[in-house]
Design a protein around this ligand. Structure first.
Ligand code: 1HE
Length: 280
């Protein structure tokens, strides 16, 4: 029997309950809340969470309608794989024009994740391939379980990435690595993915969700404006010339420093109440 029901190891202090409101109506996603955390789980395990139009549309609805009290999202996939990429059964029915619009719709989803309101921690296991890797690349932190593997089979399918992969994957792993993956069909395992920057953490199978929640809790405890600056300013500055980047940095730094949350945190450190940097 296929092992498509995955038991998630949940950290001790985190208890999730089903999300309500609009999120509850999204049947291809499972959404659960625990305090400031939102767990969004791709929920098409029988098709290995392949991204068909309805699932893409539900992801968009979810990420542009995050409840105001969500401070971080943990993104996972139900079943034996994180995500098998584009639903190939929809491909043959599209005209060239529809293909452009389809790709642009994916871009909107990935942008809603990367440039949304709160940081997203993706927890990866099994196949993280094609559009699945594009989706993972739009998250801010990636935690891979040992079982995770990365591929871009588009090259072998006669197509090209269309979900933002050509812009995001090289920024993580380099153009040469992505070229190799697409031209030769090279598949990277979790450890290779870590070395190449596709994930920031590798953990044992079954431990990814707990690790993702632990990181998301830490992220959600940051000052919102500081998280916003990291998510919005950092990738843009990286794309700028150094003088332009430094100018934008000075503006962002002044805005963040001027916020009450920053002042309180700095005061807490100076008054020896909190905030010491400890060894991990
Ligand atoms: C799918 C898809 C899919 C599975 N579209 N239906 N992506 C790919 O080229 C990856 C294609 N998938 C695979 O290589 C394998 O399915 C997996 C390695 C991910 C998983 O293998 P396994 O043995 O666990 O599952 P399976 O038996 O291959 O698949 C189970 C079912 O999911 C089966 O359907 P069923 O009705 O026969 O049960 C599969 O057909 C279905 N399935 N993956 C449609 N991708 C914006 S551009 C992005 C471009 C891309 O992403 S290209 C890469 C596409």
């Amino acid at each position: 029997m296929l092992n498509i029901v995955k038991q998630l190891e949940v950290p001790m202090n985190v208890e999730f309950v089903p999300a309500g409101g609009l999120l509850a109506s999204l049947d291809l996603l499972k959404t659960e809340r625990s305090g400031a955390l939102l767990h969004v789980r791709l929920n098409r395990p029988a098709k290995r969470n392949a991204l068909n139009d309805p699932l893409i549309s539900q992801l968009h609805t979810c990420f542009v309608n995050l409840p105001g009290d969500v401070g971080a999202v943990v993104l996972t996939g139900e079943g034996s794989h994180f995500c098998a990429g584009l639903d190939l059964s929809e491909l043959s029915e599209r005209s060239v024009g529809e293909g452009v619009l389809h790709s642009r719709a994916w871009h909107a989803v990935m942008d809603a994740i990367q440039f949304g309101r709160v940081p997203v921690v993706a927890v990866l296991h099994g196949a993280v391939v094609g559009g699945g890797l594009e989706l993972a690349s739009s998250a801010h932190i990636r935690v891979a379980e040992q079982s995770a593997y990365y591929g871009l089979p588009e090259g072998q399918r006669g197509i090209f990435v269309g979900g933002g992969g050509s812009a995001r994957v090289p920024r993580l792993a380099g153009v040469a690595c992505m070229t190799d993956m697409m031209l030769t069909g090279r598949v990277l395992d979790a450890q290779e993915g870590l070395v190449r920057g596709l994930s920031q953490y590798v953990v044992a199978d079954g431990a990814g969700f707990a690790k993702g929640c632990e990181l998301a809790q830490r992220i959600a405890a940051n000052a919102p404006l500081s998280n916003f600056a990291v998510m919005q300013a950092l990738p843009r500055i990286a794309d700028m010339s150094q003088p332009d980047g430094l100018f934008v940095e000075s503006l962002m730094a002044a805005i963040a420093q001027g916020d009450d949350a920053a002042k309180q945190r700095v005061r807490a450190f100076l008054e020896k109440r909190a905030g010491k940097v400890e060894k991990a």
